[in-house]
Design a protein around this ligand. Structure first.
Ligand code: SF4
Ligand code: ZN
Length: 424
């Protein structure tokens, strides 16, 4: 009999019931990441002989010895390094464990966790602080949950939390980013055609009961955190878990991306709420969106293309709506033709709404997002159409937001979408 670590030594409750809790500005005590400070999280495999189980270290100021920014809120950089080791541990499992950080942190009464990798955004409440919650307790929770939920592969786990800006930035460049890049490179070598099965992801059904993500090599989960390799690893780690294979079989329509097997999996797993989805169209039966998508794309009819807005962008987009407004009409597990939640990585996938003309339809993105995806986007568009530096043709908020000015910019650049077939 395996003994599970269940007692967690922290001054607040930790339970799945707290998962949906948001921490608003007025109840917040401390904040990390979310574009305000550098922050990242990483799970990596260490040496079984060298790791010290249950070693939790905080390097840098804690929330009670940091400076207040505005008399009320503490803002700190944050790097969360979780090192695990075990005889059965495999490198492919790291990303699966890393994604669980999101859930484990949200189980903490008084904590909110959004995003992943170096886009994390974490808030802690004043109440949790007053009960004595400190950064080492994040380590305690992650340690206990990693050991409990992954006891089949994790024999040792140690957590290091960095809060000095120079550490967070330096370790990111030297150790963390190269690992993210390596993972992405492995993934980008795979195509939808090169595999026999796709995977479902049902992790978000706890708050969007009819939502099913279909994960393919060229289309990661819309939270941006579950790639096809992750889904495959999860199936290995947890055979009856949230990711189940969907054996592709013959496509009904390759252009739209329709498979009988996919429709069946979606219908069954959504309890009949959604009967069919396409994988490559945003107009015909697009995939549903839960609530944690990194981006939303939506049609801008007058530009004959789409705009993409990421979660971090708070202004109004050229379609007249903010991310939040777009999210409220797109999320919750419903199909909204013309709008779709997706991961950042999809911008750069040759399957991005390929039924409607693909990446060349992108006419506007916030600058931060555009800079982030430019390299992959340019490479994919070049390979598909020969167009160089496509990202330069895409408008952003520093150029224009208002429809007419956006159109003017697109015309001045000779944006390909203007010459394509009408989008609708
Ligand atoms: Fe899974 Fe999709 Fe939710 Fe990501 S958004 S956790 S892929 S169901
Ligand atoms: Zn989700």
């Amino acid at each position: 009999i395996k003994i599970k670590v269940t007692k967690i030594d922290v001054p607040v409750s930790v339970a799945a019931a707290f998962e949906g809790e948001r921490v608003r500005k007025d109840t917040m005590f401390a904040e990390f990441g979310g574009n305000k400070t550098p922050a990242w999280e990483l799970v990596t495999t260490g040496d079984l002989a060298e790791l010290e189980d249950h070693k939790i270290t905080v390097i840098g100021p804690d929330i009670d010895d940091a400076m207040f920014e505005d008399g009320k809120t503490v803002r700190l950089p944050l790097g969360i390094l979780v090192e695990v080791a075990g005889k059965e541990m495999q490198k492919d499992f790291e990303t699966v464990l890393e994604r669980r950080i999101h859930y484990f942190m949200n189980y903490i009464d008084g904590a909110m966790h959004v995003g992943q990798r170096n886009t994390v955004w974490i808030r802690l409440t004043k109440e949790a602080y007053e009960k004595g919650f400190r950064l080492k307790h994040i380590g305690e929770v992650l340690y206990a949950k990693m050991r409990a939920d992954f006891d089949n592969v994790v024999d040792k786990c140690q957590v290091t939390i960095y809060t000095k800006k120079e550490d967070v930035e330096e370790i990111y460049e030297e150790r963390v980013k190269p690992i993210y890049v390596q993972r992405d490179d492995r993934m980008s070598a795979l195509t939808d055609e090169s595999v026999e099965e796709f995977y479902t992801c049902l992790l978000c059904q706890s708050f969007a009961p009819s939502h099913v993500c279909i994960i393919t090599p060229e289309r990661l989960g819309l939270c941006g955190a579950v790639s096809w390799l992750d889904a495959k690893a999860t199936k290995q780690l947890d055979p009856s878990g949230p990711n189940q294979p969907v054996v592709k079989g013959q496509a009904i329509d390759e252009r739209l991306g329709i498979w009988a097997s996919v429709n069946e999996a979606v219908a069954t797993n959504s309890q009949g709420a959604v009967e069919k989805v396409t994988l490559y169209s945003i107009l015909e039966d697009p995939m549903t969106s839960c609530g944690c998508f990194e981006c939303i794309c939506g049609i801008m009819p007058e530009a004959n293309g789409v705009v993409i807005v990421n979660r971090e962008f708070s202004d109004v987009s050229p379609v007249g709506m903010t991310f939040g407004e777009l999210a409220s009409m797109t999320g919750g597990g419903v199909q909204t033709p013309g709008f779709m939640g997706h991961g950042r990585q999809l911008i750069g996938s040759k399957k991005f709404m390929s039924a409607e003309g693909g990446l060349e339809r992108i006419v506007w993105m916030p600058k931060e997002l555009k800079d982030d995806v430019a390299e992959r986007l340019n490479k994919a568009v070049k390979e598909m159409t020969g167009i160089e530096n496509f990202a330069d043709m895409v408008c952003d908020e520093t150029i224009a937001i208002e429809s007419e000015a956006v159109l003017e910019f697109l015309e001045s650049k000779g944006h390909p979408a203007l010459a394509m077939d009408p989008i609708m």
